[in-house]
Design a protein around this ligand. Structure first.
Ligand code: DX5
Ligand code: ZN
Length: 234
């Protein structure tokens, strides 16, 4: 924890008719990952993108593809996304029973990909326990999953702090990713609590200058993180 904050722009807010351009923009601006929001119309009300697009994306960018699976049947679909070229695959704890969650993480790791587990805003952090020692990343939702452009749920940074504490108590240090309503004013809140990866949809792609917006969010997060680190050391 407390390493440089990476920005993972969500292409859900990009222009689908000009994706290559919108991805090049964030590559040049220093994005760490491309966040791909997969929604199935069942686990969440919205329907977005799937395996064929991930396959194309893998050929079009050198950035790692951070695939966020908001789907009801991840165990069935994981092999397809792995085959399509995802680098990191995150499943929702709410979509799976305990043994299935363990199975999903093992399946992702067996394929050589990074595994993440996500929790929705009202899911207690204890839902992470079955896999917390095994995952590479925990994704904390700071909006109800389903749509980009929603407002950050106030107090979500407390959830980040809880997850960081839980990880410390278990002696593990997965990356902490926060997703939903993250921009220049909310990034510092979660970065100060230990977030490592920030998903930004509208804050980047709805901005007049997406590259500058990305860098401003990153700088604001880094600054907050430095202050928090200095306070910890004092
Ligand atoms: C929400 C998605 C998010 C979302 C981020 O269900 O998982 O990744 O698109 O968009 P913003 O940053 O606009 O909230
Ligand atoms: Zn997402």
């Amino acid at each position: 924890m407390f390493q440089p904050v990476a920005i993972a722009p969500s292409i859900l807010s990009a222009n689908f008719m000009d994706l290559n351009h919108d991805i090049k923009l964030i590559e040049d601006a220093g994005a760490g990952w491309v966040h791909v929001d997969v929604m199935d119309g069942h686990f969440v009300p919205n329907l977005t993108m799937g395996v064929p697009l991930v396959k194309q994306l893998a050929k079009s960018t050198t950035l790692p593809l951070d695939v966020h699976l908001m789907i009801a049947n991840p165990l069935e679909q994981l092999p397809w996304f792995i085959e399509a070229g995802a680098h990191s695959l995150t499943v929702h704890a709410e979509a799976l029973g305990v043994s299935e969650l363990v199975e999903a993480v093992a399946l992702i790791h067996d394929a050589g990909c990074a595994a993440g587990v996500s929790i929705k805003p009202h899911t207690p952090v204890e839902a992470l326990l079955p896999v917390i020692k095994d995952v590479d990343m925990v994704l904390i939702m700071s909006v109800e999953p389903g749509f980009s452009g929603q407002g950050y749920i106030q107090g979500s940074e407390e959830k980040v702090a809880q997850v960081v504490d839980l990880c410390r108590s278990m002696g593990v240090a997965p990356l902490i990713e926060v997703d939903g309503g993250i921009g220049v004013t909310t990034a510092p809140l979660v970065a100060a609590q230990g977030a490592d990866v920030l998903v930004c949809g509208n804050a980047v792609y709805a901005a007049e200058d997406p590259a500058r917006a990305l860098q401003e969010v990153q700088q604001a997060a880094e600054a907050a993180r430095e202050v928090a680190l200095a306070q910890q050391e004092a």
